[in-house]
Design a protein around this ligand. Structure first.
Ligand code: OAD
Ligand code: ZN
Length: 238
């Protein structure tokens, strides 16, 4: 079966990395971006919601729409797929997880070697002086109707430290790139593989497994493509 074939590739690989996207968290109740019908970008334009352009030019607008999306992810709990990956890392089966997600669910499930290439929803910073603040501070200020929330030191606008469209990639992406280049297998789980530069990663390894509910542009390159839900597929592989 495809599950056995995937398990065989994993056993044979000396170093395996995993790349996850929003699809691994839909079973935790967080909508993804591009699933037909339910994806966030069905009704919203990412450039109008989670971009540096909106943040810089209409910070109020950014906080009314984009920030709400980010904030809503913070109460979710990991699902079976996150737990299996954390277990696989403990057993030394995978070296780590590169994630485009900002929901913190890999860490909540116990994964240690996590590369957050699109930032996180634990921290924020000041656009003017660079001061670091916790995400809770942003939420508190927003709840007190301070929109946009501003820095206590310099009154500059505060931002969440997630990667918005228009932002450069964080250092974690360079590290992730190195990890993938030194791996012989990459397992992609729950990503449409439509966003650059993360979708260059599948081109950088010898072996590729894709676990995704729908087609991706990299399916033709994969040794194994499993079109199932992440938790079901991982449960059958490991
Ligand atoms: P997408 O929404 O583009 O893709 C998620 C994929 O997961 C889709 O192809 C779904 O078919 C699949 N999927 C959904 N539920 C699944 C499940 N239970 N099991 C398996 N597959 C499932 O999300 P990403 O690829 O993560 O960036 O999107 C990449 C980036 O685009 C995000 O990090 C975000 C977004 O705009 C920024 O905001 C910078
Ligand atoms: Zn400041």
């Amino acid at each position: 079966s495809l599950f056995e074939e995937a398990a065989r590739l994993i056993r044979q690989s000396k170093k395996t990395m995993v790349l996850t996207g929003a699809g691994i968290s839909t079973e935790s109740g967080i909508p993804d971006f591009r699933s037909p019908g339910t994806g966030l970008w069905e009704n919203l334009d990412p450039m109008e919601v989670l971009s540096t352009r909106v943040l810089y030019n209409s910070p109020e607008e950014f906080y009314k729409v984009g920030f709400k999306i980010l904030s809503s992810m913070r109460n979710a709990e990991p699902n079976e797929a996150h737990y299996i990956l954390s277990e696989m890392e403990k057993e030394g089966i995978i070296s780590g997880v590169i994630t485009q997600n900002i929901d913190n669910l890999h860490q909540k499930a116990g994964s240690k070697n996590v590369f957050e290439v699109h930032g996180n929803t634990r921290e924020g910073s000041c656009l003017r002086c660079g001061k670091k603040v916790s995400f809770e501070i942003l939420e508190e200020k927003v709840n007190k109707k301070q929109i946009p929330p501003c820095c206590d030191d310099c009154n500059g606008v505060l931002r969440p430290d997630v990667v918005l469209f228009g932002d450069p990639m964080p250092y974690a992406f360079d590290l992730a790139l190195k990890e993938v280049k030194s791996s012989d297998l990459l397992i992609v789980i729950g990503s449409s593989l439509t966003v650059s530069p993360v979708n260059f990663l599948p081109d950088m390894v010898r072996h590729l497994i894709i676990i995704n509910a729908t087609e991706t542009p990299y399916d033709y390159k994969a040794d194994v493509v499993i079109r199932e839900k992440a938790s079901y597929a991982l449960g059958n592989i490991w």
